[in-house]
Write a protein of this length. Structure first.
Length: 174
């Protein structure tokens, strides 16, 4: 694909249907991210990634699943967080309410203060945000926006390079 004329206007109006998201083949109930393009593949890290491989999203389908990552699955999940740091942007999206974590409203016997301390420590140590969306629908909506905004930011950076090259009589082609 050659981009002959990338403009701020085109980037601002970039349609969702021209965004491609990779979904891990192990996702049992993948999100509906339509009208985005979806490609199923085996991802080594995360559950959803941009087609360019720069942006990653790890999904937790409930606060209970997140708590399980703090207890029995802790070592595996911490390795996942370490791998996520290699991406330009990575995020963990939880289909559940933060108040459920903060008030201890989950099946595990893990102390609510220990759960909160773990969440904060992971965010500080790995520089990866955790976003609580409440419901599956809101998580899908957030994921669409996340990948759309990441692509638009990437295209804006490319526009800046294109403009700098144009000042020297060169053009950007991909």
């Amino acid at each position: 694909m050659t981009i002959t004329k990338l403009t701020a206007h085109r980037i601002h109006r970039w349609p969702l249907k021209q965004v491609t998201v990779l979904v891990d083949s192990r996702e049992q109930h993948p999100w509906d991210l339509s009208p985005m393009r979806i490609e199923t593949t085996a991802l080594t890290t995360g559950d959803y990634a941009s087609a360019c491989g720069r942006y990653l999203l790890e999904r937790k389908n409930s606060v209970d699943e997140l708590i399980s990552c703090m207890t029995s699955g802790r070592e595996r999940f911490e390795r996942e967080l370490e791998r996520m740091q290699a991406y330009v942007s990575a995020i963990v999206v939880v289909e559940g309410a933060y108040t459920d974590l903060a008030t201890g409203c989950y099946r595990s016997k893990m102390d609510k203060n220990a759960a909160l301390a773990t969440l904060v420590a992971w965010q500080l140590r790995h520089q990866i945000p955790f976003h609580f969306c409440g419901t599956r629908d809101e998580a899908e909506r957030f994921a669409r926006s996340y990948f759309h905004q990441q692509l638009r930011a990437h295209l804006t950076a490319m526009l800046e390079v294109q403009q700098a090259l144009a000042e020297h009589g060169l053009e950007l082609s991909m």
